[in-house]
Design a protein around this ligand. Structure first.
Ligand SMILES: Nc1ncnc2c1ncn2[C@@H]1O[C@H](COP(=O)(O)OP(=O)(O)O)[C@@H](O)[C@H]1O
Ligand SMILES: [Mg+2]
Length: 231
């Protein structure tokens, strides 16, 4: 499943808000291997989303070391290129653009690449087949159910063949049955696309689907309390 190479290396990573009053990340050390499926679990406010945002270069840390897919994110200037090439994001709320169709929404990240219209069309269709939405490609997201919207978001996250999928509570806004369908889809895709998957959740039963569970507490990776939380 993985070839033992770290795709994510983080050391002593710190991030504060409100001029240092809130320590969202307080010295994170973390290594994730290529192809791993990792869950990040922890209570609300513990720093899970902040950590995911650092890995995806949506925000910059204050200090420490973070290397993702061979790129030093503390030094690199062209972070938007890094994001569009290496990272696929799936958020709790899908962030689809309401006045674009399903297929257009899936193609959005490809506009950052040099793909032709035909390539964009083919890749988007391939993924919309995988998430079983071929009959909805010309609808706008407003006409879709919550589960269908999240399937569009998953297709969009994969469209540029990212090396890493970052999913922040991807089932948090769904009922449990739809949530389970989405989780199974994410698991299938992880296997098929051989992508590294980092998924934030606060639900222990969701976290258990992963190869490895990382517990975040007060902006740090927890140790002993992991088993307590899982049980
Ligand atoms: N943009 C921000 N401005 C100020 N405080 C923030 C911001 N983002 C997160 N925080 C604070 O940082 C801490 C960690 O937040 P977050 O990473 O969102 O936690 P989680 O995802 O585990 O619920 C919380 O105390 C939160 O209120
Ligand atoms: Mg969060």
């Amino acid at each position: 499943m993985n070839d033992n190479k770290n795709i994510i290396e983080i050391k002593g990573l710190k991030k504060s808000y409100d001029n240092g009053k809130i320590m969202a990340l307080n010295g994170i050390d973390l290594e994730i291997k290529k192809g791993e499926f990792i869950s990040i679990i922890g209570p609300s406010g513990s720093g899970k989303s902040t950590l995911l945002n650092m890995i995806g270069a949506l925000d910059k840390a204050d200090e420490g070391f973070i290397n993702v897919a061979g790129i030093d994110l503390m030094q690199n200037k062209d972070l938007s290129k890094f994001r569009s090439k290496e990272i696929g994001f799936v958020f709790q709320l899908h962030n689809l653009i309401p006045n674009l169709t399903v297929i257009e929404n899936v193609q959005i990240p490809m506009f950052e690449t040099k793909s032709s219209g035909k390539e964009m069309q083919n890749r988007a269709m391939e993924l919309l087949e995988a998430v079983e939405l071929v009959d909805k490609i010309n609808q706008t997201p407003t006409k879709l159910s919550g589960g269908e919207r999240q399937r569009v978001a998953i297709a969009r996250a994969l469209v540029n063949h990212p090396s890493i999928i970052l999913a922040d509570e991807p089932t948090g806004a769904l009922d449990s049955k739809t949530g389970d369908m989405i989780l199974n889809l994410i698991k299938d895709i992880h296997k098929k696309e051989n992508v590294t998957l980092v998924m934030v959740t606060h639900e222990p039963y969701v976290a258990k689907m992963a190869d490895r569970i990382i517990n975040v507490l007060d902006g740090k990776i927890g140790g002993d309390n992991l088993t307590k939380i899982i049980k």
